[in-house]
Design a protein around this ligand. Structure first.
Ligand code: AMP
Ligand code: MG
Length: 525
């Protein structure tokens, strides 16, 4: 492998002068040098060839011993010095102080085809930021991160990528449910790839520590490398904040479009590039329930529930604004950007939902059509993915009957978990909504066929349903990686029909309703 190493982070930013790998507060530095841990019996499970391609690694090279060793932390690439990044963060609404890469180790940056990529191993051992934990990751959470980050990419959602998934060959102790029943699990390592892994918390830490010098060095680095149209002055810093706000908002709109719930939108998990980052206890909406969160650590307050993600995005941006304030020293322009967020979000959300419904023209009643749809979808458990995908089959000539017949819902019938509940008030609401929807479709010039084609590029057929990842995990735990491979392939083309994959276009099976790992996930990983 001959990677074109081009380390900007190390060259342009201050390092921790202490080289010893002990847990501590690291001051006035953006990173600490660390060595990945040697693992007992590394084994490659899966490689994302298109990501290898981004880095200039050929398919043949992905099968080499060198690839295996490098991307499991057992061999350091020539001309590189691995490091862990220092950052802080607000967790569940409270300032948590220094966090940092507790179990992520950056190998370096690669420049290929004029694009800059940072490469990072997750689960490769402890760092000065590991606090009380071990720096390792288990197979189940690594499969979830690997499959989901690539699935999100192919869905068109901004995200970090994943190059490879490997077993370390070591055992890792975890108390999965935090109930005192700790057990050994298989250790694993995911290699993640992104232009940068900087987070909101990377900036917060320096303002919290009243270190404007390092803050400025880091902001200037970020602008030079990732926001080149922002000048290195107050106006440029304001523009930077505006662009981060836009990217964050756009990313969350995409989450809402595909039914993704991040689960832990702490400021240390918010990318400064507006990428989905840190796939932990995330989940996919099955029933269209805005209050749903997969994260069992958050069941009480549901801070990170599906319907609250845009508000949390704004809250996190407020924290970032506070962090940047020492360089700007003017509250007004930052407040104005934050004030615009809500109206911009509402407008973009409307546009996104209209696209999901196949509506392209203007009609002032569309807001009501959409809010009423969201109300009726929640009246009886209705699968989000199946509903929107199949809605494209509804014809503008559909006749909605006055009598209590269900045939007008036949195209979307598969989406209902309990079709027997389609009666009385619920049926009344559906009839009313479908009648209005069909009338609204008649205002559109596109034919049914054309509209369906367009809608099928917006409403995915295949997402990584919570139970699908769990099936892949259960098989992989028995050394069968075929499901990981199968899901990876299906999720590379989420908008295509793929008749051979039809079984994954199905509602969550009943066994998965309450199974741990499917609908309930803790932060243990
Ligand atoms: P998360 O909620 O997964 O984003 O993690 C929050 C913080 O805890 C980050 O600083 C992580 O690096 C750290 N962390 C999570 N799991 C581990 C682990 N097993 N070992 C060391 N640090 C960890
Ligand atoms: Mg994190």
């Amino acid at each position: 492998m001959n990677l074109n190493i081009n380390d900007t982070f190390l060259k342009e930013l201050p390092s921790d002068p202490i080289n010893e790998n002990s847990r501590r507060q690291v001051l006035r530095a953006c990173y600490s040098y660390v060595s990945p841990r040697k693992t007992k019996a590394p084994q490659l499970i899966h490689v994302a060839k298109s990501v290898a391609n981004l880095l200039g690694i050929s398919e043949e090279e992905t099968q080499s011993q060198e690839f295996l060793k490098v991307f499991t932390g057992n061999q350091v690439l020539p001309n590189t010095t691995p490091y862990a990044m220092c950052y802080g963060g607000h967790q569940f609404g409270h300032w948590a102080g220094q966090l940092g890469d507790g179990r992520a180790i950056n190998l370096g940056e690669v420049l290929h085809n004029n694009k800059q990529w940072a490469i990072q191993l997750k689960g490769a051992g402890e760092t000065p930021y590991s606090r009380t934990a071990d720096g390792l990751a288990v197979l189940r959470s690594s499969i979830r991160e690997y499959l989901c980050s690539e699935a999100m990419h192919y869905l068109g959602v901004p995200t970090t990528r994943a190059l490879s998934l490997s077993l370390s060959g070591d055992e890792v102790m975890r108390d999965m449910l935090y109930d005192g029943n700790a057990a050994y699990e298989k250790g694993a390592i995911v290699c993640r790839v992104a232009p940068s892994f900087l987070r909101f918390g990377s900036f917060e830490i320096f303002s919290a520590r009243q270190d404007p010098k390092t803050l400025k060095t880091l902001v200037d680095y970020t602008l030079r490398n990732f926001y080149p149209n922002c000048e290195l002055n107050k106006q440029g810093y304001i523009q930077f904040f505006r662009e981060v706000s836009t990217r964050t908002l756009d990313m969350i709109i995409e989450w809402q479009r595909v039914g993704f719930v991040h689960g832990v939108m702490n400021t240390d998990n918010m990318s400064i590039l507006g990428l989905t980052i840190d796939y932990g206890p995330y989940g996919w909406l099955e029933g269209y329930d805005k209050r749903w969160t997969p994260n069992t650590t958050d069941t009480e307050h549901k801070r990170y529930q599906f319907g609250n993600q845009s508000n949390i995005g704004l809250w996190n941006l407020l924290k970032l604004a506070n962090a940047l304030y020492p360089l700007i020293e003017e509250a007004e322009p930052l407040e104005e950007i934050l004030a615009n967020y809500k109206t911009t979000f509402a407008a973009k959300y409307l546009g996104m939902m209209k696209a999901k419904l196949g509506l392209t023209t203007q009609n002032t009643d569309d807001i009501k059509l959409i809010t009423d749809l969201e109300t009726v979808l929640a009246k009886t458990e209705t699968d989000m993915t199946i509903f929107f995908r199949n809605l494209a089959k509804v014809s503008k000539t559909l006749e909605v009957p006055v009598k209590d017949e269900l045939s007008f819902l036949s195209e979307v019938m598969d989406a209902f978990y309990k079709p027997e509940e389609l009666k009385g008030e619920v049926l009344f609401f559906w009839k009313d909504w479908m009648k209005r929807y069909v009338a609204r479709l008649q205002e559109e010039t596109a034919t049914d066929e054309v509209r369906k084609q367009v809608m099928d590029t917006i409403n995915p057929k295949y997402v990584l349903r919570n139970y699908m990842a769990q099936i892949a995990i259960d098989a992989a735990d028995k050394y069968d990686y075929s499901v990981v491979g199968e899901l990876f392939t299906v999720l590379e083309k989420p908008y295509n029909e793929q008749p051979e994959a039809q079984k994954w276009f199905a509602k969550r099976p009943e066994w998965a309703r309450t199974k741990v790992g499917c609908s309930m996930l803790s932060c243990s990983s």
